[in-house]
Design a protein around this ligand. Structure first.
Ligand SMILES: O=C(CO)[C@H](O)[C@H](O)COP(=O)(O)O
Length: 429
């Protein structure tokens, strides 16, 4: 088997950072340098020209994702120095044919991106017949967030397509290795290299993995287990960032400082500090659940205290969130239990049994339904609608990864404003 090609996808917005990251990736063993679609949209063909000049010994791939005017866009990329130009496999045949003619004229190769194609095997055969040079089994970043897998797509093509096959979409060292074992000759890796603090190290790990392709047995993980694992690996701010700055409860703080709670909500509505329903809800909750209690925001009387905390902890409850006050704070702090509340007050209400368990409630300004996911840490509490929990957990992990590289660049001496090119990206009115 020929040595597989490692293509690093520079899905960035800033050309200076892209050049620096490309340099580090090449040192880790990347062969081809992809000018990612976001970089092309942000910096135009200048990004292709610059990378061509800076990396004369490497193939430059322009991920134009061409959808129309195939000839012109291939010409633009070719004249800027790309050796491979990407077109959407979904584009009309008229576009593909024109792109192929232009590619032949300017001496470049065409890679067709299967993103969103309904019947990838037939379309790949059609594209090969039309003269496309490479097929890319690509699952896009937004599709990855809902659990679609580029490896699954690649496996559908195995043995069915004559042209060399590339693969892209959320690959890391392990999945890249499996992709080569499944027949890919070009492995495209974006985020798991370019967002790493140590880009060279990350590229090297992928390089070594694809040079020794193997399929490792993997343990099946349930959706809920994946959601929990991902949320446990990110912060509440990462989660609100992933939700377009939504989902955060207002005016609530961690009572025990540096603790974290992740889990599906068991909701409780109580009235005037009545602690019967909050305490009964401990028995309703399973291990790993988070109790979310609305006391209508009243802070003069506490529906929760030390004995309830003790009982919740024994039951394995992951945390308690209260739109209202708590008491016995000194004892609870000793337990280091993830408790979040809006206030503290010494007096409790009476256990009359008013309220409900597991109905929709509003807690600190956020609607919470039973089963919605809660992520709470010292920054505060975020609610994630249960239908979107997996997607948001994946996106939050991307936010975290993105920050790793930004943090590293700040450590090297850039300001945050420089790294994120704030002035360039201020909204024009
Ligand atoms: O074309 C792309 C997105 O449309 C990316 O370049 C491709 O998906 C590789 O990046 P990642 O490894 O982060 O998925």
């Amino acid at each position: 088997m020929a040595t597989p090609t490692l293509q690093v996808a520079l899905d960035l917005l800033e050309l200076d950072r892209a050049v620096e990251i490309a340099d580090e990736a090449v040192r880790g063993g990347a062969d081809w340098i992809e000018v990612g679609t976001p970089l092309i949209k942000s910096e135009g063909m200048q990004a292709v020209r610059t990378l061509r000049e800076r990396f004369p010994g490497h193939e430059i791939v322009a991920d134009m994702k061409i959808a129309d005017t195939g000839a012109v866009e291939v010409e633009m990329a070719a004249k800027s120095g790309a050796g491979v130009v990407c077109i959407l496999a979904d584009a009309d045949d008229t576009v593909i044919v024109e792109a192929v003619r232009s590619a032949r004229k300017y001496g470049v190769r065409l890679m067709a991106d299967l993103i969103n194609v309904g019947d990838p095997v037939s379309r790949s055969r059609e594209l090969a017949a039309l003269g496309v040079d490479y097929i890319n089994a690509h699952v896009g970043i937004d599709q990855q967030m809902i659990g679609r897998s580029s490896l699954d797509l690649l496996r559908r093509l195995a043995g069915e397509v004559g042209t060399p096959v590339a693969v892209a979409g959320g690959l890391d060292a392990e999945t890249a290795s499996e992709a080569v074992a499944a027949g890919a000759s070009i492995v495209i890796v974006g985020g798991n290299i370019v967002k790493a603090a140590d880009v060279t190290g990350a590229a090297r790990r992928v390089r070594e993995a694809i040079d020794r392709p193997e399929i490792r047995p993997r343990e099946e993980e349930s959706r809920d287990a994946a959601i929990r694992r991902l949320f446990e690996g990110v912060s509440a701010p990462n989660v609100t960032d992933a939700m377009h700055r939504k989902g955060a409860m207002a005016g609530i703080v961690s009572i025990c400082g540096r603790v974290k709670a992740v889990g599906p909500a068991v909701t409780v509505r109580t009235v005037a500090g009545d602690w019967a329903k909050p305490v009964e809800a401990i028995d309703v909750a399973g291990p790993g659940d988070v109790l979310v209690i609305s006391n209508d925001g009243k802070t003069d009387v506490a529906p929760w205290g030390e004995l309830a905390t003790h009982s919740a902890k024994n039951r394995g409850v992951a945390g308690v969130v209260i739109d209202g006050a708590v008491r016995d704070v000194d004892d609870i702090r000793e337990m280091k239990f993830p408790l979040f509340a809006t206030a503290t007050v010494p007096n409790a209400g009476d256990p009359k049994g008013l309220g409900e368990i597991n109905t929709e409630i509003v807690c600190c300004g956020q609607e919470v339904r039973p089963g919605d996911w809660i992520v709470a840490d010292e920054s505060g509490v975020v609610v994630v609608p249960r239908e979107r929990a997996y997607e948001i957990a994946r996106r939050a992990m991307e936010v975290r990864k993105n920050e790793e590289r930004i943090r590293e660049e700040i450590r090297r001496g850039r300001t945050l404003s420089e790294v994120s090119e704030l002035l360039k990206w201020e909204k024009r009115h």
